[in-house]
Design a protein. Structure first.
Lengths: 299, 156
């Protein structure tokens, strides 16, 4: 694929820059990933990454125009406008800007994003998924909405503190498939740890708000809005005794094994994220989750 | 030296304070929650709704319209009885009902009505032989109203 690009543009560039051949190679190298991005697939990635519920205000907010308040122990965050508006949104961002934001938590002007924005999970995502996502975002209606600054307690209101936090807690690693596992397992692992960012709610966190990776997905007694978030490993107190089929059904329509229906923050996840995935992808998530060793609950 | 008058005044004041305290303490519930009678009834109804939802799923998977209609009617009846089950403002340790149920009773009732409407539609589709054969779509059409209420009115 990048081979196609290279061969096409090296011809064109070779013709126009035939007198400056030394510039061609570095230009091609710096051009980066250049598949024709697929906005239609991007809409699917958008669902799998669950962007809608945080980036849209709960009542009467314009789609993806930001401004939703996320109350945390560190203060209140107000989500940014991610419509293509060039002044108040992300219109005009380059591919590099977008990849850097999603995978490194760095804004186009070099500032650090707070990890409330889950780049800690999105870092696992592939170039293709991220660029397709960007292509989709470019198609949504641009909305002019200047979102207010975050309202954080000292010293968290010092954005440089995130730099230190990242040094301590952020690995930025890409997803590495496990060749010993099935395709379905690997797909599930990618979805859960990458775009699905499930651990951001379902993993316990330390006092500085970093996820405890040793106890990943075992629940959080102090989750969003102060609610307890269940254990989704095979350990007790959560979904530990659910079958793979039961997990698939829950992810699709929110029904639990006893016929009860999920409420709370998970309803947005079912409606906007897992409910919109393919059956195969839901099955992949269930395959991965049911393989996780049992961890004790943290709620 | 404390005067008798002053002591009586203070004593009365104290008694009034205690009385007010007791009144305020019990003002929250208009039903004695010692036997949790109301909680148990409404909790049992909710559990029956869950069982009926599962029966509905099984019936749709088996292509059994009669059983599907029966299950859906059961759900509709339980949904219709929900506002009455929650009329008494009984809070117990085990209950997950939020205060908001009684603060926003009109909306709570509307949500119960939505479940009844969704279930009635499934029942009439089943009786008319036009019910979808996809169990998740059918169960989900009612389930969305369950989640819609739980999201707002039920605590974790």
């Amino acid at each position: 694929m990048s081979g196609d690009f290279f061969s096409e543009s090296s011809f064109a560039m070779g013709q126009t820059l035939r007198f400056l051949p030394i510039l061609v190679l570095p230009a091609l190298v710096l051009a980066g990933p250049v598949l024709a991005a697929d906005a239609e697939h991007g809409a699917y990635v958008f669902a799998s990454a669950g962007c809608a519920s945080c980036h849209t205000m709960e009542k009467g907010g314009a789609f993806l125009a930001g401004g939703r308040e996320l109350k945390t122990d560190f203060g209140s965050f107000f989500t940014p406008n991610i419509t293509p508006d060039t002044e108040t949104g992300i219109g005009g961002w380059s591919d590099k800007d977008f990849l850097r934001a999603m995978r490194e938590g760095v804004s186009p002007d070099g500032g650090h994003y707070y990890p409330t924005f889950p780049y800690t999970s999105y870092a696992r995502m592939s170039d293709e998924d991220l660029l397709d996502l960007k292509a989709y975002l470019e198609t949504v209606p641009a909305v002019r909405n200047e979102v207010r600054d975050h309202d954080l307690h000292f010293p968290f209101n010092i954005r440089m503190s995130v730099f230190v936090w990242k040094l301590l807690f952020f690995d930025g690693n890409r997803f590495e498939p496990n060749p010993a596992k099935s395709d379905a397992w690997n797909r599930g692992a990618y979805l859960v740890n990458g775009p699905g960012h499930c651990g951001e709610c379902h993993s316990p966190r330390n006092i500085l708000g970093a996820m405890d990776n040793d106890r990943a997905l075992s629940g959080n007694s102090n989750g969003p809005e102060g609610d307890a978030v269940p254990n989704i490993t095979r350990g007790p107190g959560g979904i530990g005794d659910w079958s793979e089929d039961e997990i698939v059904v829950a992810l699709e329509i929110g029904m639990m094994p006893d016929g009860d229906f999920l409420g709370g923050a998970m309803t947005d996840v079912i409606d906007e994220n897992t409910g919109k995935l393919s059956d195969d992808d839901r099955r992949a998530i269930a395959t991965y989750l049911t393989s996780l060793p049992p961890l004790a609950s943290n709620n | 030296m404390v005067s008798v008058r002053k002591t009586l005044k203070l004593g009365t004041l104290a008694a009034v304070a205690v009385a007010v305290g007791v009144a305020l303490g019990t003002a929250g519930s208009n039903v004695a929650s010692a036997d949790h009678h109301n909680y148990e009834k409404r909790n049992a109804a909710m559990k029956s709704m869950g069982s009926a939802m599962k029966k509905l799923g099984t019936a749709v998977s088996a292509g059994n319209n009669t059983d599907a209609a029966a299950a859906a009617q059961e759900i509709a009846a339980l949904a219709d009885s929900t506002p009455e089950l929650f009329a008494a403002r009984e809070m117990t340790d085990k209950s997950r009902a939020k205060e908001e149920v009684w603060k926003n009773m009109n909306d709570f009732k509307a949500k119960a009505a939505a479940t009844a409407a969704a279930a009635n539609k499934v029942a009439s589709d089943a009786m008319g032989g036009i019910l979808s054969s996809d169990p998740r779509a059918v169960v989900g059409s009612i389930g969305a109203t369950c989640s819609g209420c739980h999201k707002v009115y039920r605590a974790k």
